[in-house]
Write a protein that binds this ligand. Structure first.
Ligand code: MOS
Length: 739
């Protein structure tokens, strides 16, 4: 029995969020705050020949207009601009020189006494540019695609095994498909913003919207040449991010620049339109070729992907590797290239790489199933693998088979008529589709500090983030459980660069990484407390070892005789200490290298398509997820649910459309960039198939941030085919493509 771990604990930060008590980056108010507004380039490529800010500066209350011409010299080497998550290359430097690298690039920052004034003054700044020809179309640039430089933490495609091309050519049944996924923007509810508060000594407190306070702090200190003592980054609440906040965005640079120069507190917030002026999910096209025997046995898998990157950085993701991992096959060839465009460098967006790589594979598997006349679930079971053939390793745990079976049962898959267009309700075509999902289960080094005071209150802290995922809650649960405290006695703090070291929150590795450090620090505290308890005069636990006691109800208690107990208050009092404090780190163990560590899912979707109008509704989704031990079914379930909603958006709605003449995203607002709203989201059910996994990390939890999205777009696309008999291979599947 556990008190908190594995329980549906509601968010500990929920009250603050729904009452407005949670303050976001642009909500920290101080007296004498100045406001910056960004002037964005209207041109995709060229050289700035003149910036005329006279009219703006003439307005009373306008303080300064920053441009590349008056920005002080900052760090020179690329290295100083490279944050922890930066791909190889030369990171973009705001207001660095006269060069325009992409449409929407910040070319000036107007600072004024009010936001409205800054915004108006920004409209008066004239930027003259000598235009150069730009290229923003992936299809044309794809010919120059190349294999990107290795990005740290991103595995390259494995070497080919067997001879996939020969095996494909000889296969009894062949499927060769090309698929496209457009640019998508994260569009979190909270736009990027930074409030820099400057104290009299010139020290800066930077309230920023970010997934990594220490990443931002390191970047700013490197670029501006200041010490960590002089610049602290705080971000306790983040209104969604989905990866967009993994790297420092340009508004944080501009806000710090202005605060240092003007010796004032400054806020810079971006508009929704400007949320389309930095990283995004890259535009991509891919080929998947599958060869199989008549019984469905896969004989060849070929997966080639091309994605966009910028001219200045080699952005890459794990895209095609999944195709060598998910099914047993001895002839596999995977290739992944990038092509440079005059756009900003893409950035990780929820399940980067897998979202679109697994989409392509899983749609191709569905097409193959149709060709073979085999049920799509059955085809996947026939090619099930117990071993990761990419790396020739066993899985630390893999309950994907159970996901297929339980998901199918819950969904009612057995009642599916395999014939396309066969399931109807009047004028509505009903389609059922499914797909597999897979994501990494990673652990990174992280540290945590804990302070227990004599009143039985525990404060645990780490410089991680909670981007809506439930970090606050699960860390609180782990600590309360391990020290036997009521959950109200535990406070978890995060989002402050002065906290113990933690990685950015991303990659679904926070529960695993920071959670393991919380566990480690609690074990240190337990050891210290027991040691003190044994020294109390006449202690009932004088001879107890760590395995002889439990921590519950604010007591240390003998496992053998619960009446033998010492209260934590007495322990702290006897130690004559107001508080005890510990810090601990946890990180990957050598043993993990012997196993492949992944989360898996099986996604089932029902769509209803209007026969005449082609409108699509996703009426039902069942996702069965194997993600190790579930720390909190409520927050984990919400993660998967949110991922599914993202997947529905990817399948049917999301697309950032470039006008190639301007090289610019045209639908840069939430009226024209569509995301699912309540009316688009119907019945969603999440099932967990729990796994015992002692390899992934000391908690056995695999992480839930991304797996919910993987496979969803494919399941929906496959359902649309089943409903209509039309195979749309380029996302999003809009009604015009169906008619
Ligand atoms: Mo996630 S795309 O690593 O925030």
């Amino acid at each position: 029995m556990t008190a908190y771990i594995g329980k549906r604990v509601s968010r500990v930060d929920g009250r603050a969020k729904v009452t407005g008590g949670a303050r976001y980056a642009a909500e920290h108010n101080v007296p004498n705050l100045a406001y910056g507004f960004v002037v964005s380039s209207e041109v995709a490529r060229g050289k700035i020949t003149r910036i005329d800010a006279k009219k703006a500066l003439a307005l009373p209350g306008v303080l300064h207009v920053f441009t590349h011409e008056n920005t002080p010299r900052l760090a020179r080497s690329d290295k100083r601009y490279r944050d922890q998550v930066a791909p190889p290359g030369s990171p973009f430097r705001p207001l660095h020189d006269d060069e325009i690298k992409y449409s929407g690039q910040p070319v000036a920052l107007v600072v004024a006494e009010s936001f409205e004034l800054a915004r108006y003054a920004a409209s008066l700044v004239r930027v003259e540019v000598e235009r150069e020809a730009h290229a923003t179309d992936l299809e044309s640039a794809g010919k120059q695609a190349y294999r990107p430089k290795k990005r740290s933490g991103i595995d390259r495609p494995p070497r080919p095994r067997g001879d996939a091309d020969k095996a494909f050519a000889r296969a009894a049944v062949q499927l060769d498909a090309e698929l496209r996924v457009p640019v998508e923007h994260h569009n979190p509810m909270e736009p990027f913003a930074t409030t820099v508060v400057r104290d009299e000594d010139g020290r800066l407190t930077v309230y920023d919207k970010t997934q990594g306070v220490q990443n931002v702090q390191n970047y700013l200190c490197n670029v501006f040449g200041c010490t960590k003592n002089e610049l602290r980054v705080i971000s306790p609440f983040v209104g969604g991010a989905f990866g967009s906040g993994l790297r420092p965005q340009y508004q944080v640079f501009l806000a710090v620049l202005a605060a240092r120069q003007l010796k004032r507190s400054v806020r810079v917030s971006l508009t929704r339109q400007q949320m389309f002026t930095f990283g995004h999910r890259p535009a991509t096209y891919q080929r998947v070729a599958l060869g199989a025997k008549r019984d469905g046995t896969l004989e060849a898998v070929i997966h080639e992907a091309v994605a966009e990157t910028s001219r200045f950085e080699d952005y890459s993701e794990v895209v095609v590797n999944w195709s060598g991992l998910l099914y047993r096959c001895d002839n596999v060839r995977l290739d992944y290239k990038v092509a440079q465009l005059d756009l900003y460098t893409p950035i990780d967006m929820r399940a980067p790489g897998a979202a679109w790589g697994v989409y392509a594979l899983e749609c191709a598997m569905d097409e193959l199933a149709v060709k073979l006349g085999i049920d799509p679930v059955e085809l996947r079971l026939r090619n099930y693998t117990e071993r990761d053939q990419n790396e020739d390793k066993p899985f630390s745990s893999k309950e994907l088979r159970a996901c297929y079976l339980k998901g199918a049962e819950k969904f009612g898959w057995a009642r599916r008529n395999p014939e396309p267009r066969s399931m109807r309700e009047g004028d509505t075509l009903v389609g059922w589709g499914m797909a597999s999902g897979v994501w990494e289960a990673t652990q990174l080094p992280a540290s945590v500090k804990a302070v227990l005071t004599a009143d039985g209150r525990l404060t645990v802290s780490s410089a991680t983030a909670d981007i809506g995922t439930g970090t606050y809650t699960i860390m609180t649960q782990i600590a309360a459980e391990l020290l036997g405290l009521p959950i109200e006695n535990v406070t978890f703090k995060l989002g402050d660069s002065s906290h113990s070291k933690a990685p950015v929150e991303g990659g679904s590795f926070t529960a695993s990484s920071v959670g393991s450090a919380v566990k480690a620090v609690c074990h240190k505290l337990r050891a210290k407390l027991l040691k003190l308890a044994r020294t109390i005069d006449g202690s009932p636990l004088a001879f107890a070892g760590p395995d002889d006691v439990t921590f519950a109800d604010l007591e240390i208690r003998s496992c053998w005789d619960p009446s033998l107990a010492v209260s934590l208050t007495d322990v702290l009092r006897c130690g004559d200490q107001g508080a005890i404090e510990e810090e601990a780190s946890a990180g990957p163990q050598p043993n993990q290298k012997r196993y492949s560590r992944y989360t898996h899912s099986a996604v089932f979707a029902e769509v209803k398509v209007d026969r005449d109008f082609g409108t699509i509704r996703v009426t039902r989704v069942v996702s069965a997820v194997a993600g190790g031990r579930i720390l909190n079914p409520k927050t984990a379930g919400s993660q998967v649910l949110g991922g599914i909603v993202g997947g529905i958006g990817m399948a049917l709605e999301e697309e950032s459309v470039i006008d190639q003449a301007f090289g610019r995203f045209m639908n840069h607002n939430l009226a024209e960039y569509h995301v699912p709203v309540n009316a688009d989201v119907h019945d969603i059910e999440v099932l967990f198939v729990e796994e015992e996994d002692e390899v992934v990390n000391p908690l056995g939890a695999k992480g839930m941030g991304e797996i919910g999205l993987v496979g969803v777009a494919a399941a929906v696309a496959n359902a649309v085919f089943h409903a209509t008999g039309r195979r749309v291979r380029d996302l999003p599947i809009t009604l015009d493509k169906l008619l």
